[in-house]
Design a binder for this molecule. Sequence first.
Ligand code: FE
Ligand code: FE
Ligand code: MG
Length: 164
Amino acid sequence: MGTRGRSIIGMDVDKLIGLLNKAFADEWLAYYQYWIGAKVVMGPMKDALIAELLQHAADELRHADMVANRILQLGGTPLLEPNEWYTHSNCGYHAPSDFHVRKILEQNILGEQCAIDVYSQLLKLTREADPVTYNMVLQILQDEVEHEEDLQALEEDLEAMLKK
Ligand code: FE
Ligand code: FE
Ligand code: MG
């Protein structure tokens, strides 16, 4: 990366790259979890859920792109092997175990809650140390907060409809 750009970072850059690679792994797994969830989901309100899942999948892939670009800027290398996504991920991957809308929603809400925790920690860590990463993490965190709310709103609609 640019030498001055690196010199303004007030923390261990290799440690930061390590944490960003963990987030990078999370984003790919989140992307796939949404994408495959949209393929297999069944049950009431499935079309509304598919539209939301595909939107979120696209956001997670965009996040992976943002994080990879920052890792490269910092002089690191994004994880090159998909099997490393499993070993580095904070939030893991939860294969759809039950294709019902309610269960798919539940699994993805847990994923978003984990992502919110991970990015709010990264935000605290970079607040003073690295404003460029901080700004990126803030943008991603805003999306994850929106994702959680979108899914919980769908869950409420679904429960209200099923009660009728
Ligand atoms: Fe994301
Ligand atoms: Fe998300
Ligand atoms: Mg959405």
